[in-house]
Every structure is written in structure tokens, then in C-alpha cells.
Design a protein around this ligand. Structure first.
Ligand code: ATP
Ligand code: MG
Length: 550
């Protein structure tokens, strides 16, 4: 099923609709598989219609019913037909409608209907007949006739572009839907494959790397071995250290964290190993060091790569001997701690540089745990986001919010550097910014995430608006050029008039004339050549089309 709601956020689709409205005065409607119009809200009184007939019919109950019924019937017949596009007469008898199917693997998912245009002028008898019918239905005859007269008449060259653009809209919808379905299927397949664990203590993640981590933690926790946890910033190193401790036989004793980077070298000994009363000025009583506080429990040496070399030596001694002497003390004290260390630094490289002691490295690296970065386990994004949404909404006492598919797509495309903290902050930010709105759309995302462009090979394919940009740009420029060229001839080079017709400024038009090299003399010459060629037997003109030049 297509997520019709999301389509209004797709830039390419919006742009196409806008162009179709502006150039051809046609209104683009999305019909779902049952023929219901999905991008028109009868209660939206602000909506402006580019198409004068829609402006006349849709705001009135009778007119709306008339048009929507026509769409529904059309959709029913269209869905049975094997053609993918239809040009048909509209319900009023003088207007043309173009419809293009949205299909996936041959299945009819809906249609895009462009309503509508006339070819040539509106025949007076048909207009009268239609006006009579509308009058009988209770519409204002005069207003209806005025609207009908304002309809845009398209020439064959314009009609061709018009149909192409509308067909592009339906293709874009299919592409968008396919992308989203592929992602959902991938996530689904992964979750099935690992019907395993969705979380481990407070750690969330269903991906393969996380499953491996969990089984590793199972084994590690019950042992007494020293553990070194390595991973990028905010990947959950501390969470893992806690989980090891709280699943170990030492769980009833203390878990003490030492932040090695925050240490003041002078206070180091006393902080780590404690001191006895009177050992230095200010040591007014005995004080236990962090090592002793962790007795029978776990000592977590966080940011162990930030330790100075002096401190490394002292630490190594305690680890090797299992005893320590408090500052100013004389007796050695035996301590029983399990050490877990963590760092985001490359200790091997530090050993090479001489900033980390090799013997200490081997002492702490008995069991090594590498924590996967978020960018390497994007399939965990949905469960993590759900988790953080729930947490944040609960904290803020607001009803649980939902992140739209479009915003999710952006979140997937972003190359998360490490970092779960960043994701958590982002979700919290979204909860705040969305206010009372239960849905969180992509416009609220932080700019770096909103503007993320998918890199190939991750998360399943490029963002399709990106992929399509080149093709669309060319098509639009070609269209613009043709429209201007044709308009210049028709208005006999009256640029003010043409600019008004096209809804752009005169200066803007002049720039475009320049850009496309639509020089008056050159065009005249081309036209003469084309006319001569046509007279001589229909040689294609400069555009490659058969003699359509006027
Ligand atoms: N797998 C996970 N599931 C849920 N929350 C997680 C997970 N991993 C980390 N977090 C959360 O992300 C935040 C960062 O985690 P933590 O402090 O453990 O990371 P870290 O690797 O120690 O970070 P740093 O490199 O900054 O020291 C914490 O709020 C933590 O609760
Ligand atoms: Mg940390």
C-alpha cells in the first residue's frame, strides 16, 4: 500500500505538480487503488486551484460530488485496463483528462489524474450543454461558464510534454514506494533472522553485530577476566562495562568508575590508592582510594588511553601485585577488584608512538570487546529510535510520537559517526520541537541529518530524489525552452505579455531567452528554413521533430 500522506513531502513530486499547475493549468490528483482522491481535503478552504474548473466545481458540494464520482468511475475502469496511461474526455464533454497508473509488479496501486485541458477552443454547443447540466445540479451557470472559458488550451507540442510530466509523477510515486518497501523488507528480514534478543540489560539492538556482542557478554560476565572495551564515541562502552559487572558474581559489590582523563596527576595517588591521616597537609583523616572502594567489586577505568605514563606505571604495579599502599602508609593492603577498561583511542598505535605502555596493554587486554558503531548496524535504528522515543515522551509526559517514513529515510541516510548519544539527543530534540503534533516529519531534523545524502552500499540505495535530479532537470529545461520559444513566436516577441502568461518576471524571461539562445533573428531564420524544408517534403527541423515550427 502506498503511503499517500508522505508524497506531499517528496520534493520531486511536489515540483512536478507545481510545474504542471503553473504551465498547463491542470490539477494533479492522486487516486488510491479504490479510486479515492488522496491529496485533496474538502475542508481545506485555503487551497488554491490552478485549474479554473476545479476552482469552480470542488468548493461546492454538487460540483465536488460530480468530479470525485468521475474519478472513482475512471479508476475502476482504468484498473481493469491493460494500458498504463489514458487520454480521455472529461465528464463535461469538452475537456481532456490524462491519467497514468501507479503500478508495482503489475499490481494496480492507484493512479495520477491530471484534470484537465482543452485542445483548440471549447465548442459553443458542448459548453452550453455542460452549463445546462451544471445549472440543473444547482451550480451557478454564469460562474461555471466563466471558469470554462478560462481553461488553458494546449497545442500538440505542449500536450506531449504535459503527458510526459504527469507520467513522471506516477513513476516517481512507484520509485518512492519501492524504496520504502525495500527498506522495510530488509529490516523485517533482519529481525526475523535474528528472532534472538532485542535487548540486553539496557542495551538495545537486534543486529548481527549486537547479537555477537551479547553472546560475548554472556561468556565474559561470568568470568573474572580483565576486559578492554574499544569503540567510537558514544557507542555504549560504559553501558557494556556496567552490564558486565551487574551480570557477574560481583554484582552485589560496588561498580566504581575512574575517569582517567579527568585526573589531576598530583592527587592521583591519593585518589586511587587513598591516604593515611597526616600524610600531607590537608590529609586530616584516613581516606579510602577508589581501588579500595571497589574491593570485591569492579573498577571501571574509563578513557584508559588518556592516562599519563607515570600513572600507567603505578596502575600496572597494582594490577600485577594485587596490593597497594596508601599514601603515607606503611602496610600493603590486599585488594580484590575486577578491572574493566574502555577507550576510543587506538592503543596499538599509541604503543608504537610510545605513549601507552605495552605491558599495561597486555595486562588489561585479556578479553577485547569491539563495540560496533551505529553506522555499521543501521538496522538497529528503528528499535533504538522507538526506545528513545518512548523514554523521552515518558519523561516529558506527552503521548507517544511517531516518526514519519520520510524522516526515517533521512535518519537512515545519515552516516552516524559512532554514536548513540547523538541519536538519543536527536530524538529528544524532535520530541520537543514537534510540540503537540503526534507525527515527527523530516523538516524538524537537525540540518546535518536532514541534508544527508545516502551513500551507496548502506541502508539500501540512494535517495531517489537525488538519483532522479539530472533527468528531471534536463526534461524541465527542455520543456521551458520549447514553451518560451513557442510563446515568443505566438506573442510576436511581446516579452511583457509572455512573461505575464508564464507567471514570471520580464527580467526573468529575458534571462531565460538569453540562457537558451532564443535570439530573434536566429529563430526567424530557423523558422524560414523549417518552412522551406516542409515545403520540400518534411525534413525535420532543428529540434528533431517533424516541421512543427509555426
Ligand atoms: N545499545 C544501546 N542501547 C540503548 N542505549 C544505548 C546503547 N548504547 C549506548 N546507549 C546510550 O547512549 C549513551 C552513550 O553511551 P555510553 O556512555 O555507554 O557510551 P560511551 O561509548 O562510553 O561514550 P563515550 O565515548 O562518549 O565515553 C548513553 O546514554 C547510553 O545509555
Ligand atoms: Mg564513556
Amino acid at each position: 500500500m502506498i503511503n499517500w500522506e508522505e508524497l506531499k513531502h517528496i520534493h520531486v513530486i511536489r515540483k512536478l505538480q507545481q510545474i504542471i499547475g503553473q504551465w498547463f493549468y491542470a490539477e494533479v490528483f492522486f487516486l488510491d487503488e479504490r479510486g479515492n482522491v488522496r491529496n485533496y481535503d474538502p475542508y481545506d478552504r485555503q487551497r488554491e486551484f490552478k485549474n479554473p474548473l476545479c476552482g469552480n466545481l470542488l468548493p461546492k458540494d454538487q460540483g465536488r460530488e460530480f468530479l470525485l464520482n468521475f474519478f472513482k468511475e475512471t479508476s475502476e475502469r482504468f484498473s481493469q485496463d491493460k494500458e498504463n496511461s489514458w487520454v480521455m474526455n472529461g465528464p463535461l464533454g469538452f475537456e481532456k483528462v490524462f491519467a497514468s497508473k501507479v503500478t508495482l509488479d503489475g499490481e494496480y496501486l492507484g493512479a495520477v489524474i491530471a484534470y484537465c485541458h482543452v485542445e483548440g477552443s471549447v465548442p459553443a454547443d458542448k459548453l452550453q450543454a455542460a452549463a445546462q447540466v451544471m445549472e440543473q445540479r444547482g451550480m451557478d451557470r454564469e460562474l461555471f461558464e466563466q471558469a470554462a472559458q478560462k481553461m488553458k488550451s494546449l497545442n500538440p507540442a505542449e500536450v506531449k510534454y504535459f503527458y510526459e510530466l504527469v507520467a513522471l509523477v506516477s513513476q516517481e510515486i512507484t520509485t518512492f514506494h519501492t524504496e520504502i518497501s525495500k527498506r522495510e523488507a530488509r529490516i523485517h528480514a533482519l529481525s526475523n533472522q535474528l528472532e534472538n534478543r532485542y535487548s540486553y540489560n539496557q542495551m538495545i539492538g537486534k543486529s548481527k553485530p549486537m547479537q555477537e556482542l551479547y553472546s560475548m557478554l554472556d561468556k565474559v560476565s561470568s568470568s573474572e577476566a580483565t576486559v578492554l572495551i574499544q569503540g567510537d564515541n558514544g557507542t555504549g562502552k560504559e553501558l557494556i562495562a556496567r552490564s558486565v559487572h551487574f551480570n557477574s558474581p560481583r554484582k552485589t559489590a560496588a561498580f566504581v568508575t575512574v575517569n582517567c582523563s579527568a585526573f589531576n596527576e598530583n592527587l592521583l595517588d591519593s585518589e586511587l590508592f587513598g591516604h593515611v591521616k597526616g600524610s600531607f597537609t590537608g590529609a586530616i583523616k584516613d581516606k579510602k582510594g577508589l581501588f579500595e572502594s571497589a574491593h570485591n567489586g569492579t573498577l571501571f577505568l574509563d578513557e584508559v588511553g588518556d592516562m599519563t605514563l607515570t600513572m600507567q606505571v603505578k596502575l600496572l604495579r597494582v594490577l600485577q601485585q594485587g596490593t597497594l599502599t596508601p599514601v603515607g602508609g606503611t602496610e600493603e593492603r590486599k585488594i580484590d577488584v575486577r578491572v574493566i577498561a574502555a577507550t576510543n583511542r587506538d592503543l596499538k598505535a599509541m604503543i608504537e608512538e610510545g605513549t601507552f605502555r605495552e605491558d599495561l596493554y597486555y595486562r588489561i587486554n585479556v578479553i577485547n570487546i569491539q563495540v560496533p558503531a551505529l553506522r555499521d548496524r543501521k538496522e538497529d535504528l528503528p528499535v533504538l529510535i522507538d526506545h528513545f522515543l518512548l523514554k523521552s515522551c515518558k519523561e516529558k509526559e506527552v503521548p507517544l510520537k511517531q516518526i514519519t517514513a520520510r524522516a526515517m529515510e533521512k535518519i537512515f541516510d545519515y552516516q552516524w559517526p559512532g554514536n548513540i548519544r547523538e541519536l538519543e539527543n536527536e530524538v529528544e530534540r524532535l520530541v520537543v520541537l514537534s510540540g503537540t503534533d503526534p507525527k515527527v516529519g523530516p523538516e524538524l531534523l537537525s540540518p546535518r541529518i536532514r541534508d544527508a545524502v545516502a551513500s551507496s552500499g548502506s541502508g539500501g540505495g540512494k535517495s531517489m530524489s537525488f538519483k532522479f535530479a539530472g533527468k528531471l532537470k534536463d526534461a524541465l529545461e527542455e520543456l521551458e525552452k520549447t514553451m518560451i520559444k513557442e510563446g515568443l513566436r505566438r506573442t510576436k516577441w511581446n516579452k511583457s505579455k509572455l512573461a505575464k502568461e508564464l507567471g514570471i518576471s520580464r527580467a526573468g524571461l529575458i534571462m531565460k531567452v538569453d540562457k537558451y539562445g532564443l535570439d530573434k533573428r536566429k529563430l526567424m531564420r530557423d523558422a524560414e528554413l523549417a518552412a522551406a524544408a516542409a515545403a520540400a517534403g518534411g525534413i525535420p527541423n532543428g529540434n528533431g521533430n517533424k516541421g512543427e515550427a509555426a
